[in-house]
Ligand binder design. Sequence first.
Ligand SMILES: Nc1nc2c(ncn2[C@@H]2O[C@H](COP(=O)(O)OP(=O)(O)OP(=O)(O)O)[C@@H](O)[C@H]2O)c(=O)[nH]1
Ligand SMILES: [Mg+2]
Length: 664
Amino acid sequence: MWLLSRTLNLGILAHVDAGKTTLTERLLFEAGTIGTVGRVDDGTTLTDSLDLERRRGITIRSAVASLVIDDVSVNIIDTPGHPDFIAEVDRVLGVLDGAVLVVSAVEGVQPQTRVLMRALQRLRVPTLIFINKIDRSGSDVDAVLRGIERRLAVRAVPLTRATNAGTRAAATVTPEPDGLRTALVDALVDDDHALFEAYVADPARVTPARLRAALAVQTSKNLVYPVYVGSAMTGTGTTELMSGLVSLLPAAERDDRGPCAGRIFKIERGARGEKIAYVRMFSGVLHVRDRVHDAGDKVTGISVFENGAWVRRGAVRAGDIGKLWGLAHVRVGEPIGMRRAGAEPHHFAPPTLQARIAPERHDQHVALRAALAQLAEQDPLINVRSEPSGELAVSLYGEVQKEIIEATLAADYGIAVTFRETTPLYIERPAGTGAAQETLNSDTNPFHAAIGLRVEPAAGFAFRLDVDYQSVPLYVYRNIDEFASAVEQYVRAALQEGLYGWAVNDCLVTMTSSNYSVADGPPSRRGPLSTAADFRKLTPLVLMQALHNAGTHVCEPMSHVRIDAPSTSMGGVLGMLAQHGAAVHAQLIRGGDISIEAELPANGVPNLQRSLPAVTNGDGVLESTFAGYQPVRGEPPTRRRTTPNPLNRQEYLAALTGQALPLH
Ligand SMILES: Nc1nc2c(ncn2[C@@H]2O[C@H](COP(=O)(O)OP(=O)(O)OP(=O)(O)O)[C@@H](O)[C@H]2O)c(=O)[nH]1
Ligand SMILES: [Mg+2]
């Protein structure tokens, strides 16, 4: 029924094994969507539905389910926690109204928890925190609360507490009203002056309802983080969490007005191999038979949630999540309907590794290429590259992702593959500032366009136009903004392969001059007319020259690792780290355990992961997070280009025209 007036698109996020899938299952059960509670350990949960997920007991792809709480339809997106699958979380972030960040009462705040919290804050997603597994021995809710305040650096307000934590009898209780009231006032007055004044004037007049309303407002602004405790396994504490979901997070009112706009956040293949795209609608209504994609694809079918179950319908409207059939060309992350600013930018660090991949059977090379293209469509960060040698290379986050790709290719496509060596995915950064330009009708410039570009170091990529509209061919581009975004696209494409063959990041590119020719009349009398192709082809030539003048540093991805292990294995762990050239930053000994933090080149992490069980008797745990890029020492590694190098003008021009082209 659409009759429910509000929808909440809710993400469940956490580090690996915190209990996201178990919590999702529990919420679905409590709300009556499912009649029995499945278990991750038995491979029977609703959201871990892939074969591989059930066999391995981990979540690989995000999955959507739905439940109804009061008058709110809650679409729950259960995400994977393993850092290798962060790309799945990335795509989901942009479609959320709110989130639950799960923290284990035993393991506490992990590096991945911090990565996720930072992303939620950046995107301003209102978030509740659920401290899970209070029934497990070793759980320490107070320590976890301190960890949340200190390591997540957020203002947390516990709304429930645990008794008998660490035992099967663990239960969630609500704090006594006066204590809760004081805690709420403490947490809220800093950002609510009216509340502060009312409280000072007469504490008794600040009602629980007023505090609750203030809490909802500040939660929706990411000023405070309500904390619930409980156990997804036994179900204690989940009812309180459910009431928090609908009272503290901002569910969207249904509103069909406005232009049709949504975003694709997941793609899967149906039973017959057909493509199914998951959309979250932001405004308007999308109907069956609407044409929504540049390629002219038409929506042929739509499913939406009604009372927790998928049903076929003729339309999906603002606030809702829908499954769409018929969009053969759509990719994850793309907008639907009204043009937004193109694909969404990524929220997490890029993959840092690449591996060559080859089919075991020689005759499956083409099939492998097609299969990888299909996987890349579901997972844009897989990024398949055809090496000049004809081999295929995929970018990767880590070993687990590699195993999953291998298993998926075998199970779904019948292709057995081997991965060749895993190597770092280096990047290049400009070493300084460099500029270059081409003028019209010069000996070196065969195109009917003229541009000047400057490249300089920056944090992230940016493009700027520093020319006025008179130097832009406005008969080709509708306005100067369209010109700017076209040139930016040419620049981005050219930066995929820098001086050493690696992608160039962290630079500001400025267009410093531009000119065009017309058949008769100013600015040039020497025609012929400039076309978009002239600008497109000239840009790489000028850009690479500017980059050459700037010079680049090849940089390697670094990882920050934390290893927790029994203290008896300290010597072994330190030795292993030294062997991998890791710089140890911190060592902590607590009870019989050690915790060591270190930094090393990212491509050493899979090796560490492999050696860890041996040096820790199988008791070591390693977590790694991306720690930025550092210039490599010594001879910079190179990667062979897949496109002709514009710095070699003859070759570049020859490739463009398909024949050797003499310069004037
Ligand atoms: N004792 C106890 N075990 C739990 C609880 N919640 C989850 N578990 C167990 O912890 C393990 C991981 O649970 P999952 O629900 O798969 O965790 P997850 O966060 O979804 O894991 P990934 O999706 O792989 O990141 C499983 O063995 C669960 O049975 C809990 O509240 N108490
Ligand atoms: Mg899971």
